[in-house]
Design a protein around this ligand. Sequence first.
Ligand code: GSH
Length: 212
Amino acid sequence: MGFIAMKLLGSLTSPYVRKVRVVLAEKKLDYRLEMLDVWQDKASIAAVNPLGKVPCLVLDDGSVLVDSRVIVEYLDTLSPVGKLIPGLGRERAEVRSWEAMADGVLDAAVLARMEHAFTGRSAEQRSPAWVERQLSKVGAGLEAMSLGLGQKTYFAGTGVHISLADIAVGCCLAWLQFRFPDLDWATRYPNLAQLLERLEARPSFAATQPQG
Ligand SMILES: N[C@@H](CCC(=O)N[C@@H](CS)C(=O)NCC(=O)O)C(=O)O
């Protein structure tokens, strides 16, 4: 296990929190997970993140990192174990781009879901056109991911090594399965389904299945 005691604020359903937890596990870094319901406990989240979102990583000196992309980039520098982001150049940009794609698909899917799930919005205020716009991004993003992976085992380079790209895409796919079971991307994109199956067999993924 690693040497720095960190506290991760999050939930068991958030795919962004899951990405951070998977990275912590892959890197064998020690941390404590503290549940924070951003919808119920506004004061607690506002005290650590003005944006009111999880994940937040509280470091040993009390400083806080927000946003899963910032957090995982930091975590990857903490230990040479299982390097997940290439150091330089095109390969680094490639991995970060797939992460941005996976997070972007999630952002759109979360917006589509919240259009109905957010209790502050009445039935008349909900816009089917908005939901459709977001879901079209989800569909296009999935297609791009499937084309990008092709017949490779993993996304980066020649596809031999796991990277943050696979972890981000895996968390995205699993969350879509969890919250949008009718989307049925797995039938349309069998290569993505195989990737997720491969990832879910890893202890880091197995221990962080969305629950709620
Ligand atoms: N870009 C952020 C997104 C985080 C995010 O949207 N988290 C959701 C939970 S899944 C949240 O806290 N939402 C509360 C809100 O939007 O008010 C990241 O990668 O950390």
